[in-house]
Design a protein. Structure first.
Length: 587
């Protein structure tokens, strides 16, 4: 093993969080190195026409996703079951390579609501402690919404988010989300051009007295240059967003918005194909001293000493690295001791298709976040006192495109193969619309992450074991949301309706749902209830920062990228203002 020259900061992972930290800290003069497990991405070569629209390569062969033959997770629904490896990507799609999942995301960019930031105290204040089940350990975010608001704004400005404010400095704005928290500025770009399906959904929702608004999208509705000088192209509605990189640079991603300035800095260096497998600790166990990694191309092993370590990989990888490094005590539901791996949350989702005999909807056109959405049943925007559950979700029509290999919806009752099926696919391909339910998921004592005792990755380390199932709260919440969605679907006046399906009895790791995994290394205000503090500093090792959605104490009805970006800018700002004055101390 070769010991390298010590640096001020080592960043593990070079996606959104790692890119933001590299960009912001490279201005300080600190010597920084970033280690990325995957390869370098070259947009000017890889993400151009016609190659970028290769549906087989990107959607079915997972070009931008993690290679499960090197490392995966094992899964079970309950602690009593034996976990088995996930051998094919399904429920979630962790990215790999420079940019991570930020290359293939859709671009939905929400902010947490006021309630989401103070979830536990809000529910207790409004409904009393008895309404919160004992097995559901909710937390307030350690940062108030007002604290993070400038950083939400900064992330949205950097990404050129397209949308319409609904609450501008406390004043309600027509056309926006009436339930959103106050914003200091409108979105940088106007909303995307609504699809015909969006228009039908909007009219139906308004007729029911609901409040639809254009989904905030990190898909630029016009050519845009942010305050850093980053240039984003205009969305072409090509229908190739999720699982694809963007051919016009209209979808904000780390390679466009944060990587360029970091890579141009003389005091920053990036090493790809560098798989970090352990965080090193001092003998007195008061600080971390660097990271061990292997070059996946040569097999050579290295120790990278560093004064400060930032773990900026994907949620599950963050937790896995903490556990394999022996940092913190692994959570056990039997003893209710340990914190690492606790409060793992996911998302509860369902969807439906509506078919219109007399409409041509141009379903092949779309953008990742081209949608019409309503929050009337999200968070605590409705009275939960007599419903038997907490939380909610948004309902939306999403027009993200319809690739020919993957998209062939047909009305209920259609044969699943043969000439009749082919005729129906041809008839309805351009006459259908998708409506999704995107629900919250709150922690449960039996949903957690730990190390598998049997299976190992290609480096010989134990795989991460996921124990997760939908709980009573999830089923009751989704039953309520699907009932509301059915009324909305009928109001759209389609010829046929397929769905929405009820939440499956048990969570399955095979069908894709979302890559919105959160928790396992949650943030908080005290070391006996959280893994990291409000600045994502590890309580035991103050020179170790663990960033990303692994810090979220529970999962909201929204996508996590907006809060993740805001939190990253918040940490970077306070690192420069506070931590650098007293290096190695808790802020």
């Amino acid at each position: 093993m070769k010991k390298l020259k010590e640096v001020d900061v080592v960043i593990v992972g070079f996606g959104w969080t790692g890119g933001i930290m590299a960009q912001e800290l490279s201005k300080t003069g600190l010597k920084i190195v970033a280690l990325e497990k995957g390869s370098m991405r070259q947009p000017e070569k890889e993400f151009i026409l016609p190659y970028v629209r290769d549906e087989l390569k990107f959607q079915h062969r997972n070009e931008l996703q993690q290679n499960l033959s090197q490392g995966t997770v094992t899964f079970r629904n309950t602690p009593e079951q034996r976990a088995l490896p996930m051998r094919h990507l399904g429920s979630f799609l962790p990215g790999e390579g420079v940019g991570g999942a930020g290359l293939h995301w859709n671009g939905m960019t929400f902010r947490n609501s006021l309630v989401d930031h103070r979830l536990k105290s809000h529910y207790e204040s409004r409904y009393g402690k008895k309404l919160i089940p004992k097995e559901m350990e909710l937390h307030d975010w350690p940062q108030a919404y007002d604290t993070l608001e400038p950083y939400y704004d900064k992330f949205e400005e950097m990404c050129g988010v397209s949308g319409q404010a609904g609450n501008l400095k406390g004043k309600r704005v027509p056309g926006g989300n009436p339930f959103e928290a106050p914003r200091s500025n409108n979105y940088p770009n106007p909303p995307l051009e609504p699809s015909r399906a969006n228009q039908i959904f909007k009219k139906a929702a308004q007729n029911l007295g609901l409040n639809p608004y254009s989904m905030p999208a990190a898909n630029a509705s016009r050519p845009y240059t942010n305050s850093y000088g980053d240039q984003l192209g205009q969305c072409q509605y090509c229908g190739h967003c999720e699982v694809f990189a963007c051919e016009t640079g209209a979808k904000a991603s780390p390679n466009i918005t944060v990587h360029k300035r970091a890579l141009a800095s003389k005091n920053f260096s990036l090493k790809t194909h560098s798989w970090v497998y352990e965080i090193a600790r001092s003998k007195d166990k008061k600080k971390v001293t660097g990271v061990y990694y292997v070059d996946t191309q040569t097999g050579d092993e290295f120790f990278q000493p560093a004064e400060t370590v930032f773990i900026c990989t994907w949620t599950l990888n963050n937790v896995h690295l903490l556990l394999t490094s022996g940092i913190g005590e692994a959570y056990s539901p039997k003893t209710n001791k340990g914190l690492v791996g606790k409060n793992y949350c996911y998302q509860t989702m369902s969807g439906a298709r509506v078919f219109f005999e007399k409409e041509e909807l141009n379903t092949f056109m779309g953008a990742g976040a081209l949608g019409m959405v309503l929050d009337d049943y999200n968070s605590d925007n409705f009275d939960h006192s007599s419903l038997g559950f907490l939380g909610g979700g948004f309902i939306a029509n999403l027009s993200s495109g319809a690739r020919p290999i993957s998209t062939h919806p047909v009305p209920p009752g259609t044969p699943s193969y043969g000439s009749k099926w082919k005729q129906e696919v041809a008839k309805w391909y351009n006459k259908n619309a998708l409506v999704i339910i995107h629900g919250a998921n709150y922690p449960h004592k039996n949903n957690y992450l730990d190390l598998d005792p049997t299976y190992k990755n290609s480096l010989g380390s134990p795989l991460l074991r996921m124990t997760f199932d939908f709980q009573k709260n999830d089923h009751q919440m989704m039953q309520y949301l699907t009932a509301k969605t059915k009324k909305l679907l009928k109001a759209m006046k389609p010829t046929h309706i397929a769905g929405p399906k009820k939440l499956s009895d048990h969570y399955q790791i095979v069908p894709y749902q979302s890559t919105h995994n959160t928790g396992g290394a949650i943030m908080g205000t005290a070391p006996d209830t959280s893994v990291v503090n409000s600045y994502c500093q590890n309580w035991q090792y103050p020179n170790l920062f663990v960033l990303g959605a692994s810090a979220f104490p529970q999962n909201t009805g929204y996508n996590p990228t907006g809060p993740l970006g805001a939190l990253s800018f918040y940490i970077a700002d306070n690192f420069k203002k506070k931590y650098m004055k007293k290096t190695g101390e808790l802020m």
